[in-house]
Design a protein around this ligand. Structure first.
Ligand SMILES: [Zn+2]
Length: 455
């Protein structure tokens, strides 16, 4: 019935335009010209985002017997960021172009030079502005944390930071969670929340933004069992992306070279997706050892240990950290689901979203705007609304309305026609196969639930 129009992959520009046109993602404060690295999620975007977070929480917390949740504050005591190392080391080298005044990350440019020539450090002084070829300032370090002030006085003592990662809220609460839940090792604490990084060069749409959302687990284990648990989490997390329907050929897990590890990490894997700009990180899964708990114990003066009944000793657990980006995951899901097909000589755009992620699960479409159909169609809509996110659409031809739902990934459309008035039955039309089946209204919720796989 349908054929694929080749493997032409979607480019970033087309996706950004679709995302805006259909209400997934808007530029933040667009009416004022926007603000670099900040984005807003529209009516369909917020549903998709919530569905991704719900799916993660289900896999990370609800379905496990060894992980509990947390929601820590975004602004914390600034000493947290001294202990974590962010105040001293969370910085990128920055250069400015003396001609066009644009600002760049120097390490991006070095890569740029090295890719074009065989140059190493010797060429660094010869780096030129990639935009205009102008002369660059010497690199200087720029801390990526957003600073603010707590209380009415703006001085050094009141300086605080918007958290650059959610992880530290978990470490700071290690003892609270341990005491209140009486957990035994190994156990994890999971959190979803906003984080902020003042990136020098944000880009690639919502891939690298300055305000973003993380889904992180800190999984505490006995030292010596950390490598085994690291492998466990790499597998778990890979399977989660597979379960969202991400195509195998666009997904890979890569172990980082020792040289690329963060200062706190013993070993790190990255789950990567093949975006138009190349393989890029969706999630890092790091073995953070006991670095964070030791640092916080040292800086806070509190004992952050676990009493091991077997050995009768207080130990500092090691930590495995799967850390995923919500916005990046959403971007991958959009790219991965996008299809262009030719059906009976006509192009149709299709978002093949997993039913659990689809922003709208069911669209209710009266065949025409004829008044006789409206009361029944509205009754069907009312019947479905308590169960799923739905949409009612009675404008334009039925064919165009199917296309509109295909384009935003709605798995099922329910059509009310003139026969419905006689036989109390409606037609369910499936997104991917475009198959249609007639079902009685009394069995509609059950029939849809079965087709949606319980979501
Ligand atoms: Zn320039």
């Amino acid at each position: 019935m349908s054929e694929k129009a080749g493997d032409a992959r979607l480019d970033m520009e087309t996706l950004v335009s679709l995302a805006k046109r259909r209400g997934f993602v808007f530029q933040s404060s667009e009416i004022y010209g926007g603000l670099g690295g900040f984005w807003d999620y529209g009516p369909l975007g917020v549903e998709l985002k919530n569905n991704i977070k719900r799916s993660w929480w289900k896999a990370a917390v609800q379905e496990r017997d060894d992980v509990v949740g947390l929601d820590a504050s975004i602004i914390m005591n600034p000493r947290v960021w001294v202990a974590s190392g962010h105040v001293d080391t969370f910085a990128d080298p920055m250069v400015d172009c003396k001609e066009c005044k644009k600002r760049f990350r120097a390490d991006d440019l070095e890569g740029y030079v090295a890719a074009g020539a065989q140059g190493q450090a010797a060429e660094a002084a010869a780096m030129r502005c990639p935009e205009c070829g102008g002369e660059l300032t010497p690199p200087r370090m720029f801390n990526l944390m957003f600073r603010t002030f707590v209380g009415p006085v703006e001085d050094q003592a009141s300086t605080a930071y918007l958290r650059p990662e959610t992880a530290q809220g978990i470490f700071a609460n290690f003892d609270n969670v341990l005491t209140s839940t009486r957990r035994k090792l190994p156990f994890g604490i999971a959190q979803i929340g906003k984080a902020f990084r003042n990136e020098i060069t944000p880009g690639n749409f919502i891939f690298r933004d300055r305000e973003f959302e993380q889904m992180e687990i800190e999984y505490f284990v006995k030292p010596g069992t950390d490598e085994e648990w690291h492998q466990h989490w790499v597998e778990q997390r890979r399977n989660w992306y597979r379960g969202l329907g991400i195509q195998e050929e666009n997904l890979r897990v890569r172990r980082l070279d020792k040289d690329d590890l963060a200062h706190y990490a013993k070993d790190t894997y990255e789950v990567e997706y093949l975006f138009p700009m190349g393989w890029s990180e969706l999630e890092g899964i790091a073995n953070r050892t006991d670095f964070d708990l030791r640092r916080h114990a040292e800086f806070s003066g509190r004992q952050l240990t676990y009493y091991d009944e077997e050995s009768g000793e207080h130990i500092v657990p090691y930590v495995i950290e799967p850390s995923a980006g919500v916005d990046r995951c959403l971007l991958a899901v959009l790219f991965d689901g996008y299809r262009e097909e030719t059906v009976r000589g006509e192009k149709r755009v299709l978002l093949r979203l997993h039913p659990s992620l689809a922003p709208i699960k069911v669209a209710v479409l009266p065949l025409s705007r004829q008044e006789s159909l409206a009361p029944t169609a509205r009754k069907v809509w009312e019947l479905l609304r308590p169960h799923w996110m739905t949409q009612y659409d009675d404008s334009q031809s039925i064919g165009r309305r199917y296309r509109r739902q295909d384009e935003v990934g709605t798995p099922h459309c329910v059509t009310i026609d003139f026969d419905t008035l006689k036989d109390d039955a409606v037609t369910i039309r499936e997104r991917d196969t475009m198959d249609q089946v007639r079902v009685p209204i009394t069995g509609l919720v059950e029939a849809l639930r079965e087709r949606l796989g319980g979501v």
